[in-house]
Design a protein around this ligand. Structure first.
Ligand code: S3P
Length: 169
């Protein structure tokens, strides 16, 4: 049995909602790297990007992953760019079952369109999503569990992860 579940995937793939449902089902603790960064820094993600730059955010994100995954029985939802660093990917792989959530571009665009707290998607949302998704798609492939969420409810996605987790006990 794995110690933790780590959810990865592009912005708007439902990591946080699925993670909360899964944690409740397993009786585990749900945590989110973005929330942890905001709580420990006292700043919103947008403020960190604007005032300190992306590099600084990425350092805080790695720190959050390390702190949150130094425990067990946790469902950890990560920011869409947490897979960019090899260091982060290896922390995830040795800490639990890594599940990648995938969704169609159009679904993602609709979900993130009105969100002002995603600094990387400000401006032309369609274009930003298309470019970033194309660049990042290969970075989510290391996850042993890949789930296409387009035709599933959040509950169904959580169930799929739970059965994989229990099947490998
Ligand atoms: C980012 C995704 C965001 C957040 C930050 C950067 C990214 O998290 O970490 O805005 O680089 O994809 P969500 O995937 O939860 O939106």
């Amino acid at each position: 049995m794995y110690d933790n579940v780590v959810l990865i995937g592009f912005m708007g793939t439902g990591k946080t909602s699925v993670g909360r449902i899964l944690a409740r089902r397993l009786g585990w603790t749900f945590v989110d790297t973005d929330e942890h960064v905001e709580r420990t820094s006292g700043l919103t993600i947008s403020q960190i990007f604007a005032e300190q730059g992306e590099e600084s955010f990425r350092r805080l994100e790695t720190q959050a992953l390390k702190e949150l995954l130094a425990h067990r029985d946790r469902v950890v939802s990560t920011g869409g760019g947490a897979v960019l660093k090899e260091e982060n990917r290896s922390i995830m792989m040795r800490s639990g079952l890594v599940a990648a959530l995938q969704a169609k571009e159009s679904v993602i665009v609709e979900r993130v369109r009105k969100d002002a707290n995603r600094p990387l998607l400000q401006g032309e949302v369609e274009e930003r999503v298309r470019t970033l998704m194309a660049a990042r798609r290969p970075l989510y492939e290391f996850a042993p569990l890949q789930i296409h969420t387009d035709f599933l409810t959040e509950e169904q996605v959580a169930l799929e992860i739970e059965s994989r987790l229990k099947g490998e006990a």
